[in-house]
Design a protein around this ligand. Structure first.
Ligand code: XBP
Ligand code: MG
Length: 232
């Protein structure tokens, strides 16, 4: 029996990554750091989840110009990136992906609980929902598990296991909604069935382990089995 839907945020609820990428480049330029992340490069860097982890990985393994950034400097750049990102969110530049809002309301009508499991921060989740549907996410989601609450981000299952604990549900009672390989593996390692809708940056990821795949989360594109469960 389906008791809860657990939503990823970046790429699933909204196409956020292009705004994160542009915000990084803006900060690099402001800080006189000679890095500029192209779309192709960012696609590769997204294999590392979490902004601070991604920055560290880039400096250590990819960058030719190195600045030997310590963890405080990485934190400062990441914080500035998020300030810029949230400025754009507050200006209304981001939108929920097709079908997401209806899915939320239909699930609520049918007493299916809602949760979030994401590598990003609670602050980013709050600003996205406030600006995209004018609501505090805690009025919609029973629990919100974020990257700042766990030691290991996706593809580790920790964020999904945290959501399950907070929901007091077993994995078989939930379905995860994801857009990327790392997200899928995180949910699958927590033994949760997963519906994947690849986002722009993850079109070429391997989704062979997904239980369900859809082009978008709209009613007409949902796998029939899930449509019957959610749109009763
Ligand atoms: C998304 C991420 C995040 C975002 C931005 O992963 O990896 O790092 O790029 O988040 P997922 P930050 O969708 O699988 O949760 O706040 O860490 O920069
Ligand atoms: Mg994602």
């Amino acid at each position: 029996m389906l008791k809860a839907l657990i939503f990823d945020i970046d790429g699933t609820v909204a196409e956020t990554e292009e705004f994160h990428r542009r915000a990084y480049n803006r900060v690099f330029s402001d800080e006189r750091i000679s890095w500029n992340w192209s779309k192709d490069l960012y696609k590769k860097l997204l294999k590392v989840t979490g902004g601070r982890e991604r920055l560290k990985h880039y400096e250590e393994n990819v960058a030719t110009n190195k600045y030997n950034l310590n963890s405080d400097e990485i934190l400062r750049i990441h914080t500035k990136k998020n300030e810029q990102y949230n400025e754009w969110v507050n200006e209304g530049l981001l939108h929920l992906r097709p079908g997401i809002e209806t899915l939320i309301y239909k699930a609520q009508e049918n007493n299916i609980q809602l949760a979030i499991s994401t590598s990003t921060s609670l602050m980013n989740v709050k600003s996205l929902f406030k600006n995209c549907i004018g609501k505090d996410p805690y009025t919609i989601f029973k629990t919100i598990a974020t990257g700042d609450m766990v030691k290991k981000k996706k593809p580790d299952p920790e964020i999904y296991l945290l959501a399950l604990r907070q929901l007091s549900l077993s994995p078989t009672e939930c379905i995860a909604l994801e857009d990327s390989y790392n997200g899928l593996i995180s949910a699958k390692n927590a033994k949760i069935k997963t519906l994947c809708s690849p986002s722009l940056y993850h079109r070429d990821d391997n989704f062979s382990e997904a239980d369900f795949i859809c082009e978008e989360f709209t009613e007409d594109k949902l796998p029939i089995e899930l449509r019957q469960l959610i749109f009763k």
